[in-house]
Design a protein around this ligand. Structure first.
Ligand code: SF4
Ligand code: SF4
Length: 267
């Protein structure tokens, strides 16, 4: 049951990644898809400049509109809020390509570490400062989170484009070195700590997390069925107690606790 559930989720994660990134051949040429579908956002974090991507990244769209003239991106914000109200962080658990990459990185054999809860607040600072305030306030046209921080962009777009475009080599400088450093740190973080980026840095996860409590899709634990065996708490990769914290902003709705519960108390 547990492995069947894990396999099912993995297949959904893979399908979502392939459906939102069908132009994998573009990695060889370094071309970008620029058709009409780029007017729409993917539900998860998926860089606009990734050669394989068909859709836009909602966090990139939110900043790009702001950078294009000091305006707020109501379309992108509305899309994120709508998806968040439907699914909450189930997007992180099932539909986000960068979530899948992080889970695979965590499979690399190494010591695994517990994440102090206070570090999960960093992502709200990054959301407010680098996604909401700076792109609108500076009016430099800079999507600041994408430009200075986003490791998904560096991995999915920066590195493939630099590998295929010699003309980009001369612009490599301190900023690119910073991005590579952040990517490297995030990769190490994800190997050692389950979904390190989602929990500490992801502004999209921060918004979906705030909506977890109110979303249409919910997980619940029936107190009258629970026998307090503790299996769900032991298996939760995000160190939550599913008997009390299923509405937590940190729960990515991976449903491992659902599958681990011997009396089907979580549904
Ligand atoms: S509480 Fe359950 S669904 Fe949420 S992250 Fe933990 S195991 Fe996954
Ligand atoms: S696994 Fe099920 S029965 Fe055991 S503590 Fe969790 S909810 Fe209760």
């Amino acid at each position: 049951m547990y492995w069947a559930g894990l396999m099912k989720r993995r297949l959904i994660q893979l399908a979502a990644t392939i459906l939102t990134n069908p132009h994998a051949a573009n990695f060889l040429s370094g071309k970008l898809y620029r058709g009409d579908l780029k007017n729409f956002c993917a539900p998860g974090l998926n860089c606009w400049s990734c050669p394989a991507a068909t859709l836009s990244c909602p966090i990139g769209a939110l900043q790009a509109v702001g950078g294009a003239g000091g305006k707020f991106g109501f379309y992108a914000a509305g899309f994120i809020i709508l998806i968040g109200l439907l699914l909450g962080r189930a997007v992180c658990g099932f539909l986000c390509p960068f979530g899948l990459i992080q889970e695979l990185l965590n499979k690399i054999p190494s010591p695994k570490f517990f994440l102090p809860r206070r570090l999960t607040y960093v992502k709200y600072f990054l959301l407010i400062m680098f996604v909401l305030i700076l792109p609108v306030a500076t009016k430099f046209g800079e999507p600041t989170f994408c430009e200075y921080i986003c490791p998904a962009g560096t991995l999915e777009a920066g590195l493939p484009l630099i590998a295929t475009h010699e003309e980009f080599h001369r612009v490599l400088g301190k900023l690119f070195a910073l991005k590579i450093f952040i990517l490297f740190a995030v990769i190490i973080g994800c190997v050692l700590i389950h979904r390190f980026f989602c929990r500490v840095m992801c502004p999209l996860g921060a918004i979906y997390g705030l909506l977890n409590k109110y979303s249409f899709y919910q997980l619940t634990c029936a107190a009258d069925k629970c026998i307090n065996c503790g299996r769900c708490k032991k298996i939760c990769p995000l160190d939550l107690d599913p008997t009390k914290e299923l509405k937590s902003a940190e729960c990515v709705r991976c449903k491992r606790c659902v599958e681990a519960c011997p009396v089907k108390a979580i549904d």
